[in-house]
Design a protein around this ligand. Sequence first.
Ligand code: FE2
Ligand code: FE2
Length: 272
Amino acid sequence: MKKYIFTDDCLIGNSTIDNEHRHLFEVLNTANEAACSGKINSAALARDLLEQLADYAGTHFAHEEAYMESIDDPELEIQKKEHSAFIRLVKDVMEEGITDDNAEEKLEELLSFTAEWLYHHIIGSDTLIGTVVRNKDLGEDEIFKFSGDYLTGIDAMDAQHQTIFEMIGDIHASAEDMKKGMDNYEKIVSSMGKLKDYIEVHFSYVEDYMSMNGIEGLKNQKKVHRSFLERLSRIDLAEVTDERAEYLVQLTEYLVEWITQYIKRLDVKAAE
Ligand SMILES: [Fe+2]
Ligand SMILES: [Fe+2]
């Protein structure tokens, strides 16, 4: 039987939020176990799962958003959008209705979709909650500097990480200049494209390295990579019309923070 595992890379370091995430995984596991046992009617199970998701996820999102608001987290708007899209989806399935004929299929879909969504959302967005507080301690420029703490000991990997830091740092500097009135927009769009390509190449390198050396956690690492690349491809600069420069400054902060967390959580471990 499939089990939805809450892995360490999902921990964000805020115990309330971490426990709520863990509970959401449990909700999925309980429903899945019940479905596999075959003792409970699938329609009843599907309806119950939908209600639990709407209810518990709703409360959890509210907690997260309130916390983010309290620390003035710049990611709040993005999070709100993602949360409401998930709730809307759950409500849509509720409205479509669960019948005895479609229950089994709907239940399966709901379980796999939610598990996937949750994982992607936690890795791509929730792990960054609170980083703004840490960034304030470190100072604006420090966060863009590649530090010795990030070394994995694998030269090629370290060089690639350093390049990623430099690329993000350059985009950040261009965005800061844009805030002062320089017309850097086209240049930034092109640099963002290059950055995305480079990160993709880097991820493949890491995956190959892990598989060649039989390093544990490859499946997980691939999932993290996929989540981040998806998140990157959802960034549509053309959509941003207001305060572009400010948006770009924040975007680079998000990117560098994500990469930092990623290196610390996964790559350093992968190289051990
Ligand atoms: Fe969350
Ligand atoms: Fe969230």
